[in-house]
Design a binder for this molecule. Structure first.
Ligand code: FES
Ligand code: FE2
Length: 403
């Protein structure tokens, strides 16, 4: 059996080594420069590596959850499942958006289902009642053997709904599964300022499409930052756009923003007849009026931001070999209010069916091929160098930064 290019351990393909977190497996990824390596292919299939990613990277990190417009008014709530965890998104009487674990502190029942507006949450099992801020308000007949209430003001705080750290930027709600150092503002670096004039907070989601991906969550994230695939996978679609990258300097440690200047129009469409779009937003700063931003917010958020709207991707880990990709089409409220919105927006959706469809298909095709004992250690060229950046960012969090 040839040792191949898999480095010292000689493992082939998705045969995972005994200690998946041993830095020696990642020497090729860490050796940046001329010969870039990608993460070993077993990191896309290994349950143990996936668990380490969840524990060290995903749960303590800022994750895109939803748009805050789902809960516009005090008392609005929306139950959802994110990364297999049932959650409640709710707006309190103080107008603050909160994210709660949707599991009753009594004996675990789901507290809310669906969406709606309420004054408080009542668990249907034994009628414990919680305020919109998560505080326990009542626990009927929850008494000890002497009929004395087991919960009073001295211990009531122990029975609150579990509130997850959450914050909002641009109308996006981000959350952590557990408290950890670092604010959302720190995570986003220069993005809020750089993209500020696009006023993403004034946009609304007009359509959302969810893909249940037969691929590890990293597959689509890498695809989005992979310049090499565009003339191949998008030969007759996105590749027909001609643009010039404008250097703006790094946006932060956890984010990237690449501005591609191009002629009139928007990369949210295709440069063909039949793809008429909405006018550019007046408020975009002049030097960014013509062109499109390609934005990543690690770990799983990506956004193509045109002068007319945004296409937002969220790659959500589900199992080592599956993920959920949510693709949301955002437009300014003023655009959605136009008489011709329903008609013109179809051009954007048709573009997405083609371009996103190509990326979804190729990401799953890659996943199907790498799940082989003969899959090789990936090597990366200039056009894929950003994948090596992503991989090092992941390793810094999953196994720790190199000494
Ligand atoms: S499980 Fe919710 S009140 Fe008992
Ligand atoms: Fe692509």
């Amino acid at each position: 059996m040839p040792d191949g290019i898999n480095g010292a351990n000689g493992h082939y393909g998705v045969l995972e080594p005994e200690n998946v977190l041993d830095p020696k497996h990642f020497e090729g990824v860490r050796r940046r420069g001329a010969s870039h390596h990608g993460l070993p292919l077993w990191t896309y299939t290994s349950k143990r590596f996936f668990d380490a990613e969840m524990e060290n990277l995903i749960r303590p990190g800022w994750n895109l959850l939803e748009r805050e417009e789902l809960v516009p008014n005090p008392g609005d709530f929306h139950a959802l499942t994110f990364m297999n965890v049932p959650l409640i998104l709710a707006r309190g009487t103080d107008r603050k958006v909160r994210v709660f674990a949707n599991t009753c502190p009594h004996r675990g029942s789901l507290i809310a289902t669906g969406k709606g507006n309420c004054k408080s949450f009542r668990c249907p099992y034994h009628s414990w009642v919680f305020s919109l801020e998560g505080k326990l308000l009542g626990a009927p007949a929850f008494d000890d053997a002497n009929d004395k209430p087991l919960i009073d003001d001295s211990n009531r705080h122990e029975y609150s709904l579990f509130e997850l750290p959450a914050d909002v930027w641009g109308g996006f709600v981000f959350m952590k599964f557990r408290p950890s150092p670092g604010t959302l503002a720190e995570h986003l670096g220069a993005l809020p300022e750089r993209l500020g004039s696009h006023r993403i907070e004034d946009m609304v989601c007009a359509r959302r499409k969810v893909y249940d991906m037969k691929a590890n969550w990293k597959a689509f994230v890498e695809n989005y930052s992979d310049a090499l695939h565009i003339p191949n996978v998008h030969r007759d679609s996105l590749a027909r756009w001609h643009g010039t990258r404008v250097e703006e300097g790094p946006a932060g440690e956890d984010v990237t923003a690449t501005f591609i200047a191009h002629d009139e129009g928007s990369m949210l469409l295709l440069p063909f007849p039949g793809y008429d779009g909405f006018p550019a937003m007046d408020h975009v700063r002049d030097e960014r009026k013509r062109g499109t931003y390609f934005v990543t917010v690690r770990p799983g958020m990506m956004m193509t931001l045109g002068n007319d709207g945004a296409l937002v991707f969220n790659s959500e880990p589900v199992t080592p070999t599956t993920s959920r990709l949510t693709v949301s089409s955002l437009f300014p409220k003023a655009t959605v209010a136009r008489d011709d919105f329903r008609q013109v927006v179809e051009n954007y959706y048709r573009r997405n069916e083609i371009v996103v469809g190509e990326d979804v298909e190729i990401s799953q095709r890659q996943a199907a091929g790498l799940n082989s004992p003969y899959a090789r250690m990936p090597r990366l060229c200039k056009g894929e160098v950003r994948l090596n950046d992503i991989h090092n960012w992941i390793l810094d969090r999953v196994i720790g930064a190199p000494a």
